[in-house]
Design a protein around this ligand. Structure first.
Ligand SMILES: [Zn+2]
Length: 361
């Protein structure tokens, strides 16, 4: 890996060229510091400041060196910024951070050295990434934090019943002669609690417990056979009302159903997975919820399909931690939980679903 091994050399060759260029010029010390800060910013969060781009143009070979440094930073979806973040802010040891993100210790020490030369500690540029657009773009914080978080989702009995009853109605009661069944939609209200856990050698880890106490079915959502479009006014009204009725709860997520003509299609088509449209939709929904002061963490799919006949056999369970399958009457119901990442993407990794209800087996 040439680029990887050369990062240290390229950074300090460029630094030496800056020093040569600035030698004897007015305010050179301050200018050098500014350029070093710009390089540090590039290494830590992948941001290319115009100041740095202008400066390398004035130096022989500067553009090539900068290009190589940028390549090293962007390699493997910003592995280096992620390693720095993990090490500096989540207290991963240098070795753990390097192993996790496949970086070389020499790359991290480049950052340490450069930071020390301007009197900073490494990670100062990624300190406030929590709310930064840049962090969403490079996925820095999201990937690092997701790796350190286990999400345990508990659905309370009442919420489960409400979700299943709504999904069953949309499924079993035809909308029109032509439309046998439609998807349904609702918001999930509950509580979120974060618990620190310690694991050997690797910095901070935590378990986030999401408990769903209520599911608010959205009657104005327009459901069709293979999609459901929620109503925006309904969101505002339901969130407002919920604040008054349940000031101790927040919007922890949403759910929608995936109806299938036959139960076996749920298995065949892996009916509990999110569709491409579901993923696309989430981006705007998350924005909308944040405007309403909510930070949802999870999305549920309730897949439902009828069995041709009662088989009397035990139902097959795919052994996925984020999916629960149950039989209710003649219907097979599969509920899945997906974590919502900060950049509005969904993920099932590290998600465990617990259903706190008695379901006849
Ligand atoms: Zn869907």
């Amino acid at each position: 890996m040439a680029g990887q091994a050369d990062l240290h050399r390229n950074v300090f060759r460029l630094d030496a060229k800056f020093q040569d260029y600035l030698r004897g010029k007015r305010g050179s010390a301050a200018k050098l510091k500014q350029l070093r800060l710009a390089m540090l910013q590039l290494l830590e969060i992948g941001e290319k400041l115009p100041r740095l781009i202008r400066a390398v143009k004035r130096i022989y070979g500067g553009k090539t060196l900068l290009k190589r440094i940028v390549q090293a930073v962007e390699r493997k979806e910003y592995a280096l910024p992620k390693a720095i973040y993990d090490h500096a802010h989540l207290k991963a040891s240098l070795n753990t951070a390097c192993d996790t993100w496949a970086c070389k210790p020499s790359e991290l020490s480049t950052v340490n050295k450069l930071a020390a030369s301007v009197g900073r500690s490494p990670g100062s540029f990624s300190k406030d990434l929590r709310s930064s657009e840049k962090s969403l773009e490079i996925g820095c914080l999201i990937d690092v934090e997701a790796r350190r978080e286990d999400l345990v989702v508990h659905i309370g009995e009442r919420a489960l019943h409400d979700m299943v009853l709504a999904a069953a109605e949309g499924y079993l009661v035809p909308k029109t002669k032509k439309t046998r069944f439609t998807e349904v939609y609702g918001l999930c209200l509950g509580t979120i609690r974060q618990q620190r856990v310690s694991r050997r050698g690797g910095g901070e880890y935590w378990v986030r417990h999401v408990y769903v106490e209520r599911a608010a079915i959205q009657l104005r959502a327009r459901g069709s056979r293979d999609a459901v479009i929620p109503d925006h006014k309904s969101f505002a009204v339901q969130v407002d009302m919920a604040k008054v009725l349940f000031p101790y709860l927040e919007v922890v997520g949403d759910f929608h159903s995936h109806p299938f003509l036959r139960a076996r299609s749920i298995y065949r088509q892996v009916g509990w997975t999110l569709s491409g449209e579901d993923r696309e939709y989430n981006l705007n929904w998350l924005k909308e919820m944040r405007e309403l002061g909510q930070e949802p963490r999870v999305s549920f799919i309730v897949a439902i399909g009828r069995k041709k006949r009662a088989s009397g056999r035990r139902i097959a369970r795919p052994g996925l931690r984020h999916v629960k399958i149950m039989e209710i009457g003649r219907c097979l119901v599969a509920i899945s939980a997906y974590r919502i990442l900060r950049n509005a993407e969904y993920e099932a990794n590290g998600v465990e679903l617990e259903v706190l209800a008695q379901i006849p087996d």
